[in-house]
Design a binder for this molecule. Structure first.
Ligand SMILES: NC(=O)c1ccc[n+]([C@@H]2O[C@H](COP(=O)([O-])OP(=O)(O)OC[C@H]3O[C@@H](n4cnc5c(N)ncnc54)[C@H](O)[C@@H]3O)[C@@H](O)[C@H]2O)c1
Ligand SMILES: [Zn+2]
Length: 391
């Protein structure tokens, strides 16, 4: 199977910045990847490279687990086509998303003579995609980027749309930029080695996409929750394809999240579950609970439930939706006990937009599946509606 989906960005320069997302799921995946990459690198270099002896070069960024499981075959396929690889491996997990890691990698690239002709290849989950993206915007004032997402979360969400960021102590993703990749190569075979916990974490973003723009996707997940939570390959391919189609549509109408007048509130609608989810995720990293820090997708599952409840209290969201989504998330192996997270010190981490009178939060909500809506609320309302009444 080889499906090509396109992310079309509006003029000017749309033809250059539009890019394909390849969903690939059978034999010789990495060989076809190397061919695709080489073809594009040659087209870019064009006449400039012709006649020079220098081999095309790729800066491959990955984490320890993906290096152990999947790097070898990709690196070999690139070597087979004469592409030189400068490989960098970072530690697993969210803690790698820091400016310190960006600086250390940039220093090592400088030592390895990574230059303006080099392409960045982010092979891994959303953490590697974010790091690789930010490095590609910064190093030598910008290098071409290719995303090879290896988690479900990165295939359904993080690898598409061009956002990239690292974390600050003050909050998640506060230091970031935009860079659309040259192409995305979603190798569905890599999902087979994903832990059950990481697979389920990715399903939370699929639920988000279903809630925002594809109600049929919610029904599919409800009917096939067992198959989804066990990573059934054909179902994964469908979830990735439908998610990419939805996300590409939203990104195409409001690439930089600046047009809240666009349908559904524009790209900001994709923050559904994340306004409160990011606060819960940060809190879980700073005051670790027994189960340790939450995965991003787990925090999004909890954030979705909190925001569906808030939406109902504000009279925006269909009241029964929270219970429906709670059943679905639980069936998908995701955490649903959100009440324990709704504490003042956690809600205080919610990012606020301080323009205008007092602190206002622009909440991405849904009225019902398929009908997103942005609702500005004063910060105080978040506390009033979500904290338990004082005893
Ligand atoms: N830029 C965006 O638009 C965007 C969108 C959504 C999420 N994100 C970011 O993505 C991150 C979460 O992504 P994630 O859930 O992929 O986390 P992750 O990158 O940390 O990956 C989760 C774990 O899975 C392991 N792993 C990766 N691929 C594997 C494979 N094929 N087999 C076995 N193990 C594998 C990793 O080593 C890691 O331990 C968060 O930092 C989030 O903020 C970014
Ligand atoms: Zn997310």
């Amino acid at each position: 199977m080889l499906t090509r989906l396109d992310v079309r960005l509006p003029a000017p320069a749309s033809s250059e910045r539009s890019y394909p997302v390849f969903l690939v799921g059978d034999g010789a995946v990495e060989r076809r990847f190397a061919e695709e990459l080489q073809r594009r690198m040659e087209a870019q270099a064009g006449a400039r490279r012709r006649g020079t002896a220098r081999a095309p070069r790729v800066a491959l960024l990955t984490d320890e687990t993906v290096a152990r499981l999947h790097r070898g075959r990709y690196q070999q396929a690139l070597a087979d086509r004469g592409i030189e690889v400068v490989a960098t491996v970072v530690g697993d997990g969210e803690s790698a998303k820091s400016l310190a890691t960006v600086e250390a990698i940039a220093d090592s690239w400088a030592g390895a003579r990574v230059d303006r002709e080099t392409w960045v290849l982010a092979l891994g989950g959303g953490v590697i995609g974010d790091l690789g993206g930010l490095l590609a915007t910064l190093y030598a004032r910008g290098l071409p980027l290719v995303q090879v997402p290896t988690t479900l979360l990165a295939q359904v969400d993080a690898s598409v749309g061009g956002k990239c960021a690292v974390n600050l102590a003050a909050g998640k993703n506060l230091l970031g930029s935009f860079l659309q990749p040259r192409f995305v190569w979603a190798d569905l075979t890599t999902l087979r080695t994903l832990s059950a916990r990481d697979l389920c974490a990715g399903l939370a973003e699929v639920v988000k996409h279903g809630l925002l723009g594809d109600p049929g996707l919610l029904e599919l997940l409800e009917e096939r929750s067992g198959a989804a939570a066990s990573g059934e390959p054909e179902l994964m391919a469908e979830l990735v394809a439908r998610s990419v189609v939805f996300k590409a549509r939203v990104v195409a109408m409001d690439e930089r999240e600046t047009d809240s007048a666009a349908p559904g509130g524009g790209r900001a609608q994709l923050n559904l579950g994340h306004t409160i989810g990011h606060a819960i995720e940060s809190a879980s990293h700073h005051a670790p609970s027994e189960q340790g820090p939450l995965r991003h997708g787990e925090a999004v599952a909890l954030g979705l439930l909190a925001e569906l409840r808030l939406g109902a209290k504000l009279g925006v969201t269909e009241p029964r939706l929270e219970a429906r989504i709670r059943r679905l998330l639980a069936g998908l192996g995701l955490p649903v006990e959100v009440d324990g997270w709704l504490r003042p010190e956690v809600l205080a981490r919610v990012g606020v937009d301080k323009k205008g009178e007092g602190a206002t939060i622009r909440l991405a909500l849904v009225e019902r599946p398929g009908v997103p809506r942005l609702v500005p609320i004063p910060e105080a309302v978040l506390f009033q509606e979500l904290l338990p009444p004082p005893a």
